[in-house]
Design a protein around this ligand. Structure first.
Ligand SMILES: [Fe+2]
Length: 317
């Protein structure tokens, strides 16, 4: 497989696992096209055409130094110049894959956050409320990442002649779908303790537990009943609006399972009587990345994990 084929596979798997379904993703892209066509010629020139075909602008091809057949990839949760130097010291790395967005992928992180409104609607939050509260939060995230040194790792890859891609929301969608399957409609889960037991059976969380980064109850007690469990904090860029917790509680959600939560959000969840279980950040990221990497492994590509990735292969069942 060439770099672009690997990347396209990641995007396609992300669409397949998307909360909105393939049809919903197509609708999202059609909406962008409609917006694009209404722009003036001058505005159209500065619009990234990629946005018309790629629903995850935080997942990108960042550098192709040599468009060759890929046999060995270095994959990490965060790729920084240090990891690119590591690649230089390893033998035969053809491609570096970062989970967290870099370069133009990082600059576009807020673009994927619209997905969160659909995730919330899936769990019963009225779409007008979800969209209304997400809109200012998306703008806030967009301003927040504006000052970052987006191209640092991309420059390093270019200088050291490495192919580099990032797959963020595409992989987070895979983690969300995997966890939904494990948790939703699982008759064994009544209380938070049951939920914790199920999470701790997942190999990535088991390994994270060994280093003290396993699933933790941030709000609630082990004996508390879960009510409806929602996976609203796994995919869709980054944290949503703190004001959403009260709305989620009113919409029938009892427990939120997420990757991470800020103190401000935790306080809002407490005030709304929502339970919050934080499954773990890097471990949850690893689940999504692993499900993608299994496909590469099956095609004979060698995987070298780095930068926190807890590599678990499910390639052979
Ligand atoms: Fe992450």
């Amino acid at each position: 497989m060439k770099t672009s084929e690997i990347y396209n596979l990641g995007i396609d798997m992300g669409i397949e696992a998307d909360f909105r379904g393939r049809k919903g993703v197509e609708k999202f892209l059609a909406g962008k096209k409609e917006k694009f066509e209404k722009l003036s010629l001058e505005e159209q020139e500065s619009f990234s055409q990629e946005a018309l075909n790629n629903p995850y602008l935080d997942s990108r091809i960042l550098n192709i130094s040599e468009d060759k057949e890929i046999k060995k990839v270095l994959v990490g949760i965060d790729i920084e110049p240090a990891e690119i130097l590591i690649a230089k010291n390893l033998d035969g790395i053809d491609l570096i894959i970062s989970h967290h967005p870099l370069g133009k992928g990082l600059a576009s992180l807020s673009d994927v956050m619209e997905l969160q409104a659909d995730v919330l609607a899936y769990y019963g939050v009225p779409i007008n409320i979800a969209e209304g509260l997400m809109r200012p939060r998306i703008d806030e995230v967009s301003r927040g990442i504006n000052s970052r040194n987006h191209e640092r790792a991309v420059d390093a890859a270019r200088l050291l002649k490495f192919n580099l891609i990032c797959l963020h929301t595409a992989c987070d969608n895979l983690a969300a779908k995997f966890l939904r399957k494990k948790i939703e409609n699982n008759s064994k889960i009544e209380r938070i303790a049951d939920l914790m037991d199920i999470l701790k059976e997942i190999p990535e969380y088991k390994k994270a537990t060994e280093i003290g980064a396993g699933p933790k109850i941030f709000v609630g007690r082990p004996e508390a009943r879960c009510g409806r469990i929602a996976l609203t904090e796994i995919t869709g860029g980054t944290e949503g609006s703190p004001k959403l917790f009260e709305k989620m509680a009113h919409s029938g959600i009892g427990t939120v399972v997420g990757m991470h939560i800020s103190e401000e959000h935790k306080k809002e969840a407490e005030a709304a009587n929502l339970n919050v279980v934080i499954a773990g950040h890097i471990s949850s990221d690893s689940i999504g990345v692993n499900l993608f990497l299994d496909q590469l492994e099956q095609k004979g590509i060698e995987i070298i994990p780095c930068s926190g990735l807890i590599r678990i292969s499910r390639a052979n069942g």
